[in-house]
Ligand binder design. Structure first.
Ligand code: SF4
Ligand code: SF4
Length: 335
């Protein structure tokens, strides 16, 4: 009798369970579907706007990107997924300028941390949400981000206008608008360097000292970039406060008599300014590895200056002697 009762009891439980299951199924049968109909709907934007699919350079409507090949993104990438290949070009106004040659991005090793995007001072990078990045071979994971043909630099049209305007007005009006910004920016960076340098202590762990040096180098590099991008008037304003930053601009008042400065003299000037900056550091306060690194940089700059002097003509050596008496004895030795 007991087994018959058990039979009907389990039959009832099973039937109730079946009805519950069918109720769920029936409910889902009439509920609107949320399934993505990929790939039919790929044009409608399947990925969210903030999805990080692949690093790209931002291009404006004229097909120009804003990358200045400073290499900050490359240094900040924890995975070495970025390689910046740069080249130096001479602009129509005779200045030397660093330009991006190739921006190589390896999506295969990228972890999409976005450090490169946030550290870029030019706001030149962004992540696209083009998520279809599957390829058949690994070499296709290396992408050249500056894929559009290089556009010519917009010509600095105001050249004649500025010269005409600069002569009657005694240098003050045109630069006055720009001067405070660029000069203040450089001053801020120097103040930051002073603050960071104040944190140096004898006997500091090497890692701390190296980090401090790294920050100082980054700030000095930033200052160099600001100076490199400065206009002629801005360079005058900078030279008035920090002649060592714009060695070529210092003797501007003697310009009528002095011969035009050649590329070699300008390059020696830049290197001499860097050398002077590095030589200001007190090696005795630095830990041995940091001091060695600094000395290495100083030696490399001296070698570079000597190489440039070896290429200089007699006139150029005379200019170097006049402008940089500290390094002139070496010029004479070369003669
Ligand atoms: S940090 Fe920005 S400007 Fe500098 S190299 Fe990278 S993308 Fe170019
Ligand atoms: S997202 Fe991160 S890992 Fe990827 S390239 Fe940028 S810094 Fe490197």
């Amino acid at each position: 009798m007991g087994s018959v009762k058990d039979y009907f009891s389990s039959f009832t439980t099973g039937f109730i369970s079946l009805v519950k299951g069918m109720a769920v199924t029936g409910k889902e049968f009439v509920t609107p579907k949320l399934t993505e109909e990929y790939p039919d709907n790929r044009k409608e934007g399947v990925a969210a706007d903030r999805f990080r699919a692949a690093l790209t350079l931002k291009y404006d409507e004229e097909g120009r990107h804003k990358c200045i090949a400073c290499g900050i993104c490359q240094r900040n990438c924890p995975n070495g997924s970025i390689e910046i290949v740069k080249r130096v070009v001479t602009t129509p106004d005779g200045k030397k300028k660093q330009k991006l040659d190739r921006y190589v991005y390896n999506i295969g090793s990228c972890t999409f941390c976005r450090l490169c995007v946030t550290s870029c001072p030019q706001d030149a990078l962004e992540f696209s949400n083009d998520f279809e990045q599957a390829v058949f071979t690994r070499d296709k994971l290396f992408k050249q981000l500056n894929y559009l043909p290089e556009k010519d630099e917009p010509m600095p049209e105001p050249k004649p206008a500025v010269e005409v305007a600069a002569k009657p007005a005694p240098q003050v009006e045109a630069p006055a608008a720009d001067k405070p910004d660029i000069v203040a920016e450089i001053r801020q960076n120097f103040e930051k360097i002073d603050k960071i340098n104040a944190a140096r202590k004898p006997g500091q762990p090497d890692a701390v000292a190296a980090k401090i040096q790294e920050k100082v180098d980054a700030l000095q590099q930033k200052i160099d970039q600001i100076v490199a991008a400065a206009s002629a008037d801005e360079r005058k304003a900078i030279a008035a406060e920090w002649p060592q930053l714009v060695p070529a601009a210092a003797p501007a008042e003697a310009a009528p008599e002095a011969p035009a400065e050649s590329e070699i003299v300008a390059e020696i000037g830049e290197n001499a300014a860097k050398l002077a900056k590095l030589q200001k550091a007190d090696l005795s306060t630095l830990p041995a590895p940091a001091a060695a690194k600094l000395k290495e940089k100083v030696d490399a700059l001296k070698v570079k200056i000597n190489e440039l002097m070896a290429k200089a003509s007699a006139d150029e050596l005379a200019q170097i002697k006049a402008k940089f008496p500290d390094i002139a004895p070496e010029a004479e030795n070369k003669n």
